[in-house]
Design a protein around this ligand. Structure first.
Ligand SMILES: Cc1ncc(COP(=O)(O)O)c(C=O)c1O
Length: 399
């Protein structure tokens, strides 16, 4: 049975208007996007231009990201979910093929496989990072056609994941929803030599277009497939058909989906991207301040130490065993501080519990940590004093 959350519950949990979102001033939001006057002007310019859907701004965003990723092709889409969907569709695996996914992820990672007629196999994660555990992948690799590792919180997965998959000839699609700006021994996640990589520009991400995403790949065949697939399988997009002087015709060459990124959204991400290095640097300062406060107070961050190549998307802490996380969240909330949970492991949701097979190593780490992980506010609107206030309160309520 499907239960929709009553509106009254949503009203208690979330601001009811953008005005309420902005104030009162002493509320510390979990993830509030930084929108500058320049961002607003950029969006207004597109709104006034007469061209709202996918066009020049989308092409510009793709070019900006491609340059950042060292020349790999970037196809902007409507979400990371769509990017995952498209990357898996391109593999053209037989229906029912098994795709390994960490059970510690957002549902999209696994649902993209389901949308393609594939079977997600839930695999356990490493207790130190909550990233896919190499031994869990290894135990199931012979039965898998593909694997979708997730760079949880922006921390790149262990290099062993890529090696295990490559040695077994198993395709990899990287869920980098948290990981724009992250890098590992291969270079930037999404750069040449990495696997097809799916980024999210959802409202809470380090770079946002409100909703949006991108697929980065050095495989020209996949890039061409994605450009067509995001637009019903057409061989020409609206910009190619309707810009002045263009020819209006198109063919449909594959049964695609509707997942293009409109210019009115692309321009927001583009405007934000111009200061991405600076906002990433500020996120790093904030997580370092969190660790400097929390570690001496005996609160364990995850990962415990700063990872050099992390995109610093989440500030996750592991509560001591036996602490009631809901009570902690309520107490933080009462102090005007919103927190979140990343993630409820997939097999704790009814559909996955009933339908998704579990890997041979089981899901012990996911089960052990399911009620212990807490995500603290992390966004560039935070001041150092905000971080100190969050930490002081957390230390008090977990004592
Ligand atoms: C790990 C992970 N994968 C995929 C997604 C889906 O991203 P989107 O909302 O852009 O589809 C999310 C969203 O938060 C995520 O956290």
């Amino acid at each position: 049975m499907i239960h929709w959350t009553p509106r009254s519950v949503w009203l208690r949990a979330f601001p009811t208007s953008t005005d309420e979102m902005a104030g009162p001033k002493d509320i510390i939001h979990f993830a509030i996007p930084e929108i500058t006057d320049g961002d607003v002007e950029a969006v207004a310019r597109v709104l006034r231009s007469g061209w709202l859907t996918t066009g020049n701004e989308c092409l510009g965003l793709e070019a900006d990201l491609s340059e950042y990723l060292g020349g790999t092709e970037v196809v902007a889409v409507s979400s990371a979910t769509a990017a995952l969907d498209i990357a898996l569709a391109h593999l053209a695996l037989p229906a029912g093929s098994r795709v390994g996914v960490p059970a510690w992820t957002f549902v999209s990672t696994a649902l993209a496989a389901v949308h393609n007629g594939l079977v997600p196999v839930l695999l356990d994660v490493e207790p130190t990072t909550l990233n896919l555990a190499p031994d869990a992948l290894d135990a199931d690799i012979d039965d898998l056609a593909a694997v979708v590792p997730v760079h949880f919180g922006g921390v790149p997965v262990d290099a062993a994941i890529h090696k295990i998959a490559a040695d077994a000839g198993v395709a990899v699609v990287e869920d980098a929803a948290h990981a724009l700006g992250a890098s590992d021994e291969r270079g930037r996640i999404g750069s040449a030599g990495t696997s097809p990589t799916c980024f999210s520009f959802y409202a809470s991400k380090n770079l946002t277009s409100a909703e949006g995403g991108a697929l980065a790949t050095d495989n020209p065949d996949l890039a061409a497939f994605a450009r067509s697939q995001r637009l019903h399988g057409m061989d020409a997009d609206a910009w190619a058909r309707y810009r002045p002087g263009a020819r209006a015709g198109y063919d449909v060459v594959q049964p695609g989906i509707k997942a293009n990124l409109p210019d009115v959204l692309a321009v927001l991400a583009r405007s934000q991207f111009a200061r991405f290095d600076a906002t990433q640097a500020r996120r790093r300062e904030l997580v370092e301040r969190y660790r400097a406060n929390l570690t001496p107070a005996g609160i364990e961050s995850l990962p415990a130490e700063q990872v050099a190549g992390s995109a610093d998307h989440l500030m996750a802490v592991k509560l001591a065993a036996g602490i009631d996380r809901d009570a902690v969240m309520d107490a933080m909330s009462a102090a005007g501080i919103s927190t979140s949970v990343h993630f409820r492991p997939l097999h704790h949701f009814s559909w996955f519990r009933d339908q998704a097979p579990v890997g041979r190593r089981g899901l012990r780490t996911c089960d052990e940590l399911a009620d212990r992980m807490l995500s603290l506010p992390l966004h560039v609107n935070l001041t150092d004093a905000d971080v100190d206030r969050v930490c002081e309160r957390l230390v008090e309520v977990t004592r």
